[in-house]
Design a protein around this ligand. Structure first.
Ligand SMILES: [Zn+2]
Ligand SMILES: [Zn+2]
Length: 282
């Protein structure tokens, strides 16, 4: 029952040059600041308050009940030029870890945590193929040998990421990632002693999937849904009608208390978004 969540930095930021990136890096060390953001994942710009350092159980519903994720820690690691959330799940008792999404440079944040908790990174799960979620993936795989899961609809983005260069607003280094397992919608598998269910949530892009832990009612949804917002649909493969259908059919159908861990910004819940999301009401 020692599962907990450690959120180091909760906000997102847009930066186009090195100076901005350096100042973001400094901000990340001082989690009390608030700043305006515009990033590639959201449908519109938003001002988000950094959540700062906090500790919680992993999975709202896990509180006070026996569940399958005893001893699992959740580290929220916003990284890369537009502060994309990477989620590092560590199970120190098993000596294993899983990383969900790999923004640029995230390995520098992941490596010390793995060392401190004596965990080996077993897998990297990619919620979707956009560059801000994959830019650091090749480095992570080189360092750890982690096996990669992703949806085949984003294969071109993941294996030939240069196709995204014209959407990136600057010259960034993108390396292809080799995917070991193409996920199937509805499939379940075991990780860190728990069952994980894959759901397909296209609309923001073709291959967006979510990874859901039923034992603790927690879902990692990529850029399909954010707190009070939804993923932008103006990039190739984006379609608002499809996204709306994904959110209603695949996310709002999860239990209301399910914690939603999005690709950018703070966490939310299914109940919260059903009640208050201005773009896709229940
Ligand atoms: Zn994103
Ligand atoms: Zn995206």
């Amino acid at each position: 029952m020692k599962a907990k969540m450690i959120s180091r930095r909760g906000a997102t930021a847009q930066s186009g040059n090195r100076q901005d990136r350096e100042s973001n890096r400094r901000r990340r060390k001082f989690p009390s600041s608030t700043f305006r953001v515009t990033h590639s994942g959201l449908r519109a710009s938003a001002s988000l308050r950094e959540t700062g350092l906090k500790e919680k159980r992993f999975g709202i519903a896990g509180r006070g009940k026996p569940h399958g994720l005893a001893g699992v820690n959740l580290h929220v690691l916003p990284a890369g030029p537009i502060q994309t959330n990477a989620y590092l799940l560590t199970a120190p008792e098993r000596g294993e870890a899983v990383l969900i999404d790999a923004p640029g440079g995230v390995w520098a944040d992941v490596a010390p945590i793995l060392a401190a908790e004596k965990c080996v990174l077993k897998e990297l799960w990619i919620t979707h193929g956009h560059w801000d979620h994959t830019q650091g993936g090749a480095e992570v795989v080189r360092a750890t040998g982690a096996k990669v899961r992703a949806h085949v609809a984003d294969r071109v983005l993941i294996e030939t990421p240069d196709v995204m260069k014209r959407f990136m607003g600057g010259e960034l280094h993108l390396e292809p990632i080799h995917v070991d397992h193409w996920v199937t919608p509805g499939e379940t598998f075991q990780a860190l002693g728990a069952t994980v269910e894959v759901r397909h949530v296209p609309g923001h892009c073709l291959g967006n999937v979510l990874f859901y832990f039923p034992a603790v009612h927690a879902a990692f949804v990529g850029d399909a849904l954010f707190r009070g917002n939804v993923g932008r649909t103006d990039l190739p493969g984006g379609d608002f009608g499809t996204l709306e259908k994904s959110i209603r059919g695949q996310i709002y159908s999860l239990p209301d208390r399910t914690a939603i861990h999005p690709g950018h910004g703070p966490e939310t819940t299914v109940a919260e978004e059903k009640a208050h999301n201005p773009h896709v009401p229940a």
